[in-house]
Design a protein around this ligand. Structure first.
Ligand SMILES: [Zn+2]
Length: 193
């Protein structure tokens, strides 16, 4: 199903996730030690982010690797499952209204390492941010999206929307949204800058 995109959600996630994390998902069978009927040891020890999302039955419109490579997810404007419980102004359930991409945080990270990096360590490379800027401009032009409708996942799915302690934290305190929007805006005005 296609949506009429009204905005863009910037997410981040670990580039690799241990297969042991599959044990936390609903489709893991404790007795059989299988996920989706497949023995756990038959999965790669480290799952690449796109594979992890697929196994989690989630989706997004793209991933930006640490070297800046764009990895296509669901082609926009297909409706993806990336936002979950979320709100922006009068809109609820932003999967039906927003496109999204994931900035990948290099390497294998457990959740606490991931949070520490996105909050305290500015894990995003210049190449990654450049690709993110270009993708935002492409989508803004294709779908007539306003700069004000570019948001971080935490802006629209925080504790205020999901409940105390349940809010999303990506893309993290180290992601400078104002600076990012400044870059998008500058490049939008002057594509050759
Ligand atoms: Zn997110």
């Amino acid at each position: 199903m296609a949506i009429e995109p009204k905005g863009i959600i910037i997410h981040s996630m670990s580039e690799y996730i241990t297969r042991d994390a599959l044990k936390w998902l609903r489709r893991f069978d404790k007795e059989a030690n299988t996920y989706d009927g497949k023995p756990l040891e038959e999965f790669s020890e480290q799952l690449h982010a796109p594979e992890w999302l697929r196994l989690s039955r989630l989706s997004v419109h793209g991933f930006i690797a640490p070297d800046g490579e764009w990895i296509e997810g669901l082609a926009g404007p297909e409706k993806a499952a990336h936002a979950g419980k979320s709100r922006f102004e009068e809109l609820n359930g932003l999967n039906s209204h927003f496109l999204g991409f994931e900035l990948l945080v290099p390497g294998l990270n457990d959740y606490s390492q991931f949070i520490d990096k996105i909050d305290n360590q500015s894990p995003y490379s210049e190449a990654q941010l450049n690709t993110a800027v270009s993708k935002c401009i492409e989508w803004m032009q294709t779908y007539n999206i306003a700069l004000t409708n570019i948001v971080g996942h935490s802006d629209v799915s925080g504790d205020d929307v999901r409940g105390e302690g349940k809010g999303k934290k990506d893309p993290g305190k180290s992601f400078d949204m104002e600076a990012f929007k400044g870059r998008v805006s500058a490049k939008f005005m002057d594509p050759f800058s």
